[in-house]
Ligand binder design. Sequence first.
Ligand code: C5P
Length: 245
Amino acid sequence: MSEPGDIADAALALLSPTAPVRDLEGVRVVVSAGPTREYLDPVRFISNPSSGKMGFAVAEEARDRGADVTLVTGPVNLPDPVGMRVVRIESALELRDAVVEAAHAAGIVVMTAAVADYRAATQSGEKQAKVAGDVTVHLTPNPDILAQLGQEKGDRVLVGFAMETHAGVERAALKAQRKNADFILLNYPTREGTAFGGDDNQVTLVRPDGSHEDWPRVSKREVARRLLDEAARRLPGRVTPPPPH
Ligand code: C5P
């Protein structure tokens, strides 16, 4: 059973005059969040500093709008949000298996996870001893989960994130085309206040045709709200945009 405090929070959220519209009632939403860890041996891994905050914000916003949410997350310092299925994974291969399974009946998939591009070609079952001199690590590419989902897209709305330091819009549009995503939210890791781990984000929505919208710097929850507004509009049978918040 959920903690009493969580139940009280959920009840208060429902009664609040600013309760979100329940425009995702009956829609399955899958969100990936956080980094992956690619182990070289039992105690060493390749990873990145993704905090998971953006993905958790998307999952919580979707839940509050009535969606049936599965959150697949890499190792992050955030507790499981209530009111959704949470799957904890470590590696990109585990992330792929969990996302692909959950995505079968999903209407919206949001790939917020910072998936490691490579994993060790061979993972040692024993801690590797230190040796004198340089060491070479052989890496092999991880599967591209968003591109895999894009190959059998159907009616699903697919959303990605991309981090670029230059030529962001062009590169993000090419990624959206290549991965068959409906749109990509482009982050700038070098911009103040929007780096890994912050509570705010400043993103540009980029469509496969290169058209784009710069959104202002806002909280990650507000980015999540706008993202889901855009995704909900693309669900089959939805013709009118949701009312403004
Ligand atoms: O790393 P990249 O810039 O290509 O990431 C763009 C999008 O693709 C992100 O949404 C990310 O979660 C997703 N991705 C993926 N599988 C990978 C790499 C990235 O699903 N192996």
